[in-house]
Design a protein around this ligand. Structure first.
Ligand SMILES: Nc1ncnc2c1ncn2[C@@H]1O[C@H](COP(=O)(O)OP(=O)(O)O)[C@@H](O)[C@H]1O
Ligand SMILES: [Mg+2]
Length: 256
């Protein structure tokens, strides 16, 4: 059985950061094989992980569309178009150190994600059962979850900044998850960038008001800023840095 984890939360709250460090923790605890999916059209999970950005499903789709326009046929003789597309799309799944990664990307121009969404759904259906864990970095919306692009989600990690309005926004997302009847087994809140990793009473009250289930708090960590601004992958931060320590505690508590 594959345990699937998806990030949710508004933009800039730390979804990609948490996703990358979470994945790194699972990998280092020997929990593989793991499939990491970057389902944000503006993909940047690879930066946190310090790996080359893999060719995305969107890139491949573009390449095929372009070759049709230019009437150059990239399809090797003896291969049908469908076979060629399957072959190309499966090559988007790249092997990293102890995990695999798939990047959705986007289609240029027309602004319609439906096609890449469909490919992502098909690719995931094909592969996800080969892994112990599936971990998905998402963009702000719930689109990938609500449209059934992801396989059944076991755990949604709702990431919020440490502000009353942030918690209220997380509350609205949790409500939407309920309303959409997404059959998610668990939705847990992570409050990120808390000063010294502590919540004051106002924020704690708001979490209760919003009926959110808090699974942990991550501190504002100066090392994240330092690494981020230097363009150094965050997975290279020492294990002892506060944000990693706190995330380790969260993962322990989740009993994955
Ligand atoms: N705990 C933290 N301490 C300091 N900076 C953080 C922390 N978490 C995230 N950040 C910074 O916040 C910004 C947004 O994080 P990111 O993970 O890209 O958010 P999202 O994926 O939700 O848009 C990044 O510059 C990141 O380095
Ligand atoms: Mg992100």
């Amino acid at each position: 059985m594959t345990y699937s984890i998806a990030m949710a939360g508004k933009g800039g709250t730390g979804k990609t950061t948490v996703c990358g460090l979470f994945l790194d923790h699972l990998v280092k605890s020997g929990k593989g094989p793991i499939l990491a999916v970057d389902a944000d059209a503006n993909s940047n999970l690879n930066e946190v992980l310090g790996v080359e950005k893999p060719v995305s499903l969107g890139d491949i789709r573009e390449e095929i569309a372009r070759s049709e326009l230019e009437e150059v046929n990239p399809i090797p003789p003896g291969m049908s178009k469908q076979e060629y597309m399957d072959f190309r799309f499966s090559s988007a799944l790249v092997e990293e150190n102890n995990y695999d990664m798939l990047v959705m990307g986007r289609t240029q121009g027309k602004g319609c994600y439906c096609f890449v969404n469909d490919i992502l759904r098909e690719q995931l259906k094909k592969y996800y059962q080969n892994y112990h864990y599936l971990i998905v970095d998402n963009e702000a919306g719930l689109e990938h979850i609500s449209r059934g692009i992801l396989p059944p989600v076991d755990l949604i990690l709702l990431v919020s900044d440490c502000s009353r309005r942030g918690i209220q926004a997380a509350g609205r997302i949790a409500e939407m998850i309920d309303e959409l009847d997404l059959k998610v087994k668990k939705v847990g809140l992570i409050v990120n960038r808390a000063p010294e990793g502590k919540l004051n009473s106002g924020i704690t009250e708001e979490i209760e008001t919003q009926h959110l289930s808090l699974i942990g708090v991550l501190p504002q960590d100066p090392l994240v800023y330092e690494y981020d601004s230097a363009g150094t992958p965050l997975v290279k931060m020492p294990e002892t840095t506060p944000v990693r320590q706190a995330l380790g505690e969260i993962i322990k508590k989740l009993e994955l």
